[in-house]
Design a protein around this ligand. Structure first.
Ligand code: SAH
Ligand code: SF4
Length: 351
């Protein structure tokens, strides 16, 4: 099949998101010395579509209890070596109010699949945080249609549930007892209920290929995903995937840039996993098409206990100091901090 030169392909990428599977594979296979050109193309697309703003979403990790057995994650139920915690509704609301007062316009409530927190409690928290004037993203794993509906009715705007990998066999091996189909069923329900859908995948999973990574992007386009979080896989000693290699920063940047080019409307965060591996991970991500940063606003007492993977970024700043640091970083990159709720532009883009 006819293959474009890198230069011609990047020129095409700036003008149209219609890339073939082979072209995505070609972008993801670029040698390291050509990554700056790919990032520059993604940066142009980013500026032309979602603009200069970087949206800050404060994330509250409110419970580290989880009933699941994901082979990659340190919070898996079988890991008896971590200290678990669950924040009280009072602490969650206090934290959320402090974050809103600091300047955050979105709060992300994330947890393991903790069945001891009633869905009604999460619904009430959602409604109360909405009343503070912030948008709410929930990231609480796989639940029933009825539970997603309850939370949507309570006011949740967005839901983050990554597909993790687009390869059904690889998916089965990293989430024993579950199928990719079930995960996508949840994503379909969330779309149907009117949530802005966040998905994403890990980069560098054992057995993953460039072909699978290209399919990750294709799957997200097909699912009409509005936010995609992609971070390097970081092996955790107390998990079955402890033997794996750490995902590469270059491949993560290539995936982010390719995602921006292929799905220009996307809300694309600089993931904590990337920032945990590279001191300038946020700056690199912002240059590769990112337009979202998700600073951790969880209370300091429990922040270090949410051990999804080892070496997870754990700052010790006050809420205000951290917000100011991130704002300074964003501005040093020639960008501005978003002043609105930072909703998806998916619908407007497709009109
Ligand atoms: N329980 C929810 C949300 C918390 S997990 C859920 O599973 O959807 C949040 C994300 O952390 C996961 O989607 C996964 O992509 C990421 N993650 C888990 N373990 C990881 C690891 N070892 N390396 C990198 N990312 C990991
Ligand atoms: Fe639980 Fe999510 Fe970790 Fe899986 S990835 S073990 S569902 S916290």
């Amino acid at each position: 099949m006819y293959k474009l030169s890198t230069e011609a392909l990047l020129e095409k990428a700036i003008t149209t998101p219609e890339l073939t599977h082979e072209e995505l594979v070609q972008l993801l296979s670029l040698p390291d010395e050509q990554i700056p050109q790919l990032m520059a193309a993604a940066d142009t697309v980013r500026q032309n579509t979602v603009g200069n703003a970087v949206h800050l979403r404060g994330i509250i990790e409110f419970s580290s209890y989880c009933k699941q057995h994901c082979a990659y994650c340190g919070l898996r139920a079988d890991n008896r070596e971590i200290e678990r915690y669950r924040l009280s509704p009072e602490i969650i609301l206090e934290t959320a109010q402090a974050a809103v007062d600091t300047g955050y316009h979105t709060l992300v409530l994330q947890c393991g699949e903790d069945m001891k927190i009633a869905p009604e409690t999460i619904a009430e928290l959602t409604t109360e945080i909405k009343q503070m004037g912030a948008a709410v993203t929930l990231s609480c794993g796989e639940r029933s249609y009825e539970v997603y509906q309850l939370w949507r009715k309570a006011g949740a705007d967005r839901y983050l549930i990554k597909h993790e990998t687009a390869d059904p066999a690889l998916y089965k091996s990293i989430r024993p007892g579950h199928t990719l189909y079930e995960r996508l069923q949840c994503q379909h329900w969330l779309k149907e209920l009117g949530y802005q859908l966040g998905s994403g995948c890990m980069i560098g999973l054992p057995g993953q290929t460039v072909d699978i990574l290209a399919r990750d992007l294709e799957l997200m386009k097909e699912m009409e995903v509005e936010m995609c979080g992609m971070g390097p896989f970081i092996p955790h000693a107390q998990t079955p995937l402890h033997f794996g290699n750490t995902g590469s920063i270059s491949m993560t940047l290539k995936m982010m840039a390719a995602a921006r080019i292929y799905m220009p409307w996307m809300m694309l965060p600089a993931t904590t996993a990337l920032v945990s591996l590279h001191p300038e991970g946020r700056e690199l991500a912002l240059r590769a098409g990112a337009n979202v940063i998700m600073p951790n606003v969880s209370p300091e007492t429990t922040r270090s206990l949410y051990q999804i993977y080892p070496g997870k970024l754990n700052h010790r700043d006050s809420m205000t100091d951290y917000y100011n640091k991130i704002t300074a970083l964003v501005e040093a990159e020639g960008r501005t901090v978003g002043t609105d709720l930072g909703h998806s532009i998916y619908t407007a883009y497709h009109q």
